[in-house]
Unconditional design. Structure first.
Length: 270
């Protein structure tokens, strides 16, 4: 992987991590056509995923400070709003945690099964976004524990390449009737622990396969450029996506996913 490849891949990761078009699917497509495979892909994936976590910290820093301030505040009886919010995030992590611990090998096998599965999952993403756009459920003031768990289930399903994590969780929350603005923030905050956990597992995997697997020989500058590109584009996409969800404009991404998904399916079947 050279610096130019790292730049494009970093920009792609940062944008698609938050936009509802599947970062894993687009990275799989880019890796396929750029010929980036094996340990190069592993090391780079760890780097750009950590970069997107940092971009979330930057854009949603006020919400994160509010959470940590209230988390350790025990001055009032019962749970305060920050503690309830953290509990919702913990509950939402349960399904993806189960998948990550017990079904990680199966998921990795799916990632290596070619672009046909990516195309099919992009079509499914388009379908979910379309449903959420036209559905008009009764609006709720707060995200309940039940809704947090259901949204977590959708996040667990979104480990499949091509099934957008942000698109699936936001669409599920909208179908459940949750407030758009609160849902967008919750969707981006709830994904931070799983991304960090996934990166940690990848690091452990690299260590168990030897230091050369962890470092992968990509080089300092491609990793640095990829990190910075993912961070900057992630900041832009995160802020942009929150505004898009508030305005309810997800249908345009459904059309995009449908076109790309159909093209991939057709290309792999014909």
């Amino acid at each position: 992987m050279d610096v130019l490849d790292a730049l494009w891949m970093g920009l792609l990761q940062g944008l698609t991590e938050y936009l509802p078009v599947s970062s894993s699917g687009h990275l799989a497509i880019a890796s396929h056509y750029l010929g980036i495979e094996g340990e190069d892909n592993l090391s780079f994936t760890i780097t750009v995923h950590i970069a997107t976590v940092f971009s979330t910290l930057v854009i949603l820093w006020k919400e994160i400070v509010w959470i940590f301030k209230g988390l350790f505040d025990f001055s009032t009886p019962g749970m305060n709003e920050s503690q309830k919010y953290v509990l919702n995030i913990v509950v939402s992590m349960i399904p993806v945690g189960v998948v990550g611990v017990f079904f990680r090998d199966y998921v990795e096998a799916i990632f290596g099964s070619g672009l046909l599965i990516v195309g099919a999952c992009l079509l499914l993403t388009a379908l979910l976004l379309t449903f959420s756009y036209y559905a008009r459920p009764r609006q709720k003031a707060e995200i309940s524990l039940r809704d947090a768990f259901i949204i977590g289930l959708s996040q667990a399903c979104a480990v499949l390449p091509g099934l957008s994590r942000s698109g699936t969780t936001i669409a599920t929350g909208l179908l459940l009737g949750n407030d758009k603005a609160k849902l967008a923030q919750f969707s981006f905050l709830m994904v931070m622990p799983p991304i960090l956990g996934e990166a940690l597992l990848d690091v452990v995997k690299g260590v168990t396969h030897g230091v050369e697997a962890a470092s992968s020989g990509i080089g300092f500058w491609p990793l640095t450029v990829g990190f910075l590109a993912a961070f900057v584009s992630g900041c832009v996409a995160c802020k942009w996506m929150i505004n898009i969800v508030k305005k309810g404009k997800l249908i345009y991404f459904a059309i995009y996913c449908a076109i790309v998904g159909a093209a991939l399916v057709a290309n792999n079947l014909l």
